[in-house]
Ligand binder design. Structure first.
Ligand SMILES: Nc1ncnc2c1ncn2[C@@H]1O[C@H](COP(=O)(O)OP(=O)(O)O)[C@@H](O)[C@H]1O
Ligand SMILES: Nc1ccn([C@@H]2O[C@H](COP(=O)(O)OP(=O)(O)O)[C@@H](O)[C@H]2O)c(=O)n1
Length: 226
């Protein structure tokens, strides 16, 4: 019985997400490349809702969910949590947000994440924002992030770098082959990186100032880039 009800709920969630026809930007880059920092800026200026897959997974651990121990163990090892778990959390957060424009940060992190999200939600990203940063710089940032995260220690950081190179970069390459990657040099100071980010979301600031809707500018840029 429980299984039948769960299946019905799942179908309902998939259908309503397809009905929402959301605008999705995947925000990818190595651990510590500045994804979360830049997403916070984008949210302020462009009306997106920021969903960090890692934050959703950490909240799931805190909530005392039955998956909590499994998720916690995987994060401590820098491993990628099965897509089913992460996609369910993303879907729920998208439907509850009341918005239809999303920055999905830290997802998809491997081929399984990517293909499962596409199959389940039928949602394709408008583009992928890729924060490109050297390991040396990312390591420096993670070691001074100071958020009490259990995975920000040198041993786990090295494992996360390895997973990024082996599993996440191929996803970025996949989207690059479809012309969907917007690469940013993320090794610079926060404000400089954001200047480049802003140029992607609103190439012509003055038009926004002149009262043109952000959605219009955003869609035009997508059309031009595709
Ligand atoms: N451009 C930057 N230069 C220096 N430090 C940064 C920069 N961007 C982010 N940081 C800092 O580096 C750490 C990691 O950034 P964060 O946005 O959490 O990265 P991610 O979400 O990619 O893991 C944080 O402590 C943040 O304040
Ligand atoms: N799609 C995702 C995203 C994060 N995660 C897990 O969450 C951890 C932290 O991811 P994060 O995006 O919050 O942080 P960073 O590694 O980018 O700093 C990852 O190392 C994975 O263990 C996952 O399993 N699947």
């Amino acid at each position: 019985m429980g299984t039948v009800v769960n299946a019905a709920n799942k179908e309902e969630a998939n259908r309503s997400l397809a009905d929402l026809n959301p605008t999705v930007v995947f925000v990818l880059g190595g651990p510590g490349s500045g994804k979360g920092t830049q997403c916070a800026n984008i949210v302020q200026h462009f009306g997106f809702t920021h969903l960090s897959a890692g934050d959703l997974l950490r909240a799931e651990i805190k909530s005392g969910s039955e998956n909590g121990t499994m998720i916690s163990n995987m994060i401590k090892e820098g491993k990628i949590v099965p897509s089913e778990v992460t996609i369910k959390l993303l879907q729920k957060a998208m439907l509850e947000s009341g918005n239809d424009k999303f920055l999905i940060d830290g997802f998809p992190r491997n081929e399984e994440n990517r293909s499962a999200f596409e199959a389940v939600t039928k949602v394709e990203p408008s583009f992928v924002l890729f924060f490109d940063c050297s390991e040396e710089e990312m390591e420096r940032r993670l070691l001074s992030r100071n958020q009490g995260r259990e995975d920000d220690n040198i041993e786990t950081i090295r494992k996360r770098f390895k997973v990024f190179l082996e599993s996440s970069l191929p996803v970025i390459e996949y989207y690059n082959s479809k012309g969907k990657v917007r690469k940013i040099d993320a090794g610079r100071p926060v404000e400089e990186v954001y200047e480049s980010v802003k140029a992607i979301f609103a190439p012509k600031d003055e038009k926004i100032d002149a009262g043109r809707p952000v959605e219009e500018v955003f869609e035009l840029e997508n059309e031009k880039a595709d």
